[in-house]
Structure formats: C-alpha cells, structure tokens
Design a protein around this ligand. Structure first.
Ligand SMILES: [Zn+2]
Length: 386
C-alpha cells in the first residue's frame, strides 16, 4: 500500500520514492510508488499532475485501492526516483476545497442544509445543497466565510481513534468506510474528508460566490476562491477598464452610464421605426390599386417594419403582397394575402426562391436567397401560382 505523504503534509511538493510497478494500459503507463504526495482524483477533486523521474504525470487516480500515476513514459521498477508535484495547481485546489468546507459548514449551521454534491474544476467550484437560499442569504454566508479567512484559523487534518471519533460531531458527504480522516477548521467546522487542504484559512485569500441556480430540490452555487478568484477579478477589472473607455465614464459609474446609452439606443430605434413607418405610408399611398400581386424592395427594414408595410399594401390588392429588404445573406421577406392561404404557399415560395419561411395562413416571413429582380418578377407575375 502506498504511503500517503499528502496526509501528513499538504505542502510537500517534492520527494523521493521507489517505483513499485509500471503497467502499460490503454491510457498509458500506470505507475505505483511506495509513497506519494500526489493526491488521487476522489471526492469531487481531480487528481494531481507533475513529474516522477523523467516521466510527466498527467493524472493521479485510484485503481481499485491503489494510487496510480498516469504517464506516457515507462519507469524502471525498483528504481528510486525524484518526484515533483505541479504544486501551483495543487495549491489552488486546496484553496478552493477548503473554501468549500467553510461555506458548506456555515450553510449547514445556519440553515441545516447538507452539501450533497461538490465539483472542483480549474476555473470554479460548484456545491449543491439540499435546500433553497436567497441571494441575500448567500451574500451573508459569503461575508461570514471571508471573515473566517481573515481570522487565519488553523486547518487540522487527522485520523482520530475510534473512541475519539465516536465523541466527535462532524459533517460527512456519504457512508464512510475504513479509517475516518477529519478535517477540522478550529471553532468553525469538522468534516470527514480525504483531500489535502491549506494549513490556515488565511491562505485561501478570498471566497466569492459568483452565481447560484435552482438545482434538484435545492441550489447549486458556483464559487471562486484564492488564486481562481484573483484571476477572475483581474479579468473583470480589465473588462471594466475597456468599458470605461467605451462608455467615457469612470469605472465606478459604469452601470448608470451603460443604462443611459441603452436608453438612448432604444429611443433611436423607436424613432427609426417611426420614420420607416412614415416611409411605408408614402410607399402605400404611391401604390395604385391593382388586380395583380405587388412586390416592393425597401432598404434597412427589419421583419417588423416589413410586416407593417405589407399590411398597408394589402389594401391595394386582392392578390398577394410581398416586401423584401437586404439582409446579411439574401433578403428578408414578408408576404401576405387576404385571399391566398400563405401557409400552403410557403413551401413552393421557399423552394422556388431558395429560401426559408413560415408563418400563419395570412402572412409568412423569412429569408430568400435569389436575385432581387428575379424575386420581384416572381411575385408580380404570379409565378407562385404556377
Ligand atoms: Zn473536503
């Protein structure tokens, strides 16, 4: 059985070990050692990476009860090798995992909910709880969690003997087998957990709950802690800097500045829509009543504007009325009639004019991908009836 060096010292990043076995599998070479500081994937935390001798380790996991290190290179059995953990990545995992313990403990104490799911990734951590919480309640939990970070409370990991274990009250995520390892954050939490953690809560740096959603009968929260939170803050800060230039506003006033811009954009859109409707009224008044179908091309119209124009033109003909406008690919179009069933015609129009359209019995809309003059002729000459 491999000695778990990470149990005694979670900050151990380099050590010497003896290669016990090296087996070629479909994934690569699975290496076992007499002792290891590489934590194997378990309990929602992915396995460690690093180097064992000359072999690059991409993953560490359990195969049955054995801790195996996966590499694309073989190692000589019985050789003694120097091992180096990718410690930066491991430290970030410890920051995020210990943060999870603090938040789970606070939620459990205050609301009685259990952590029923945990997943640690490189970018964020998700935790599932079997009860609902509001944004305000989570905000309070986040504040309390950060206070525990600032207190720099010791985090202790140990295997209590049976007598002591029976006396302890601790959280646990499932049925426990064999020896129970306790992770204790002094005066804050006790939890059964096999993973390495930071030694003091201050090493977490910061805990930020970034979002939450309803999940099963409770909630799933997404958190970023420590270096992950710093990277996120840096990204958001750079974004704010660029937004500040774009909006010509100080970083502290981005929201009202953006709101103002969006409001004025809405006003411009409403004004444009009114202008286009006036143009539609002019087009309609310049169109004589006819017993033929009508087709008009207009510039810079959206589907809604086209629909309004089509309705105005339908007063001029008992036949069919089509209106088209430019789009990034082909033409936007709306087509209506008071007498033809447009839904029945939509298939033929789509196939004749290389388009895609749909709608109701009286009006259809969509896109056409044919020559403009050809489309106009097609409708005016009633070719949809052929
Ligand atoms: Zn844990």
């Amino acid at each position: 059985m491999t000695e778990k060096l990470y149990d005694a010292d979670s900050f151990l990043s380099s050590f010497d070990a003896k290669v016990l076995s090296c087996e070629k599998t479909e994934k690569g070479f699975e290496i076992t050692l007499d002792k290891t500081a590489f934590f194997p994937e378990s309990g929602g935390q992915y396995g460690d990476s690093g180097k064992i001798g000359t072999a690059v380790i991409v993953q560490t996991y359990y195969r049955n009860d054995e801790i195996v290190h996966l590499s694309s290179e073989p190692l000589e059995v019985n050789s003694v090798v120097h091992c180096e953990l990718n410690f930066e990545e491991r430290f970030i995992k410890m920051q995020n995992h210990t943060a999870e313990h603090i938040v789970s403990s606070l939620i459990h104490k205050k609301y009685g909910y259990d952590n029923v799911g945990f997943h640690l990734s490189k970018e964020f951590t998700t935790c599932d709880f079997n009860g609902m919480l509001t944004k305000e309640q989570l905000s309070e939990i986040e504040q309390l969690a950060n206070r525990i970070v600032y207190m720099n409370t010791p985090v202790l990991c140990y295997y209590p003997d049976k007598a002591l274990l029976e006396k302890l009250t601790y959280r646990s995520k499932g049925e426990l087998e064999g020896e129970v390892r306790i992770v204790e954050i002094k005066d804050v939490d006790m939890c059964a957990c096999c993973a390495p953690h930071v030694k003091y809560t201050g090493q977490i740096g910061i805990i930020k709950i970034v979002s939450f959603i309803k999940y099963k009968s409770g909630i799933r929260i997404t958190m970023k802690s420590g270096y992950t939170a710093y990277e996120d803050y840096k990204k958001r800060s750079e974004q704010d800097e660029q937004l500040s230039v774009l909006l010509s506003a100080p970083q502290s006033d981005l929201l009202p500045a953006l709101k103002e811009k969006l409001d004025s954009l809405d006003q411009i859109k409403a004004e444009e829509s009114r202008i286009r409707y006036s143009m539609s009224e002019i087009i309609a008044s310049n169109t004589a009543k006819t017993d033929r179908s009508i087709c008009r091309y207009v510039q810079y119209y959206g589907i809604d504007d086209l629909r309004k124009l089509c309705n105005l033109l339908l007063e001029k003909t008992e036949q069919l009325c089509a209106v088209i406008s430019d789009s990034s690919e082909g033409y936007l179009f709306v087509c209506g009639s008071n007498n033809f069933n447009m839904r029945n015609l939509s298939k033929k129009i789509s196939s004749d004019l290389n388009g895609k359209c749909g709608g109701s019995d009286t009006m259809i809309s969509g896109k056409l991908n044919a020559d403009k003059e050809y489309i106009i002729k097609y409708f005016e000459e009633g070719q949809f009836n052929d």
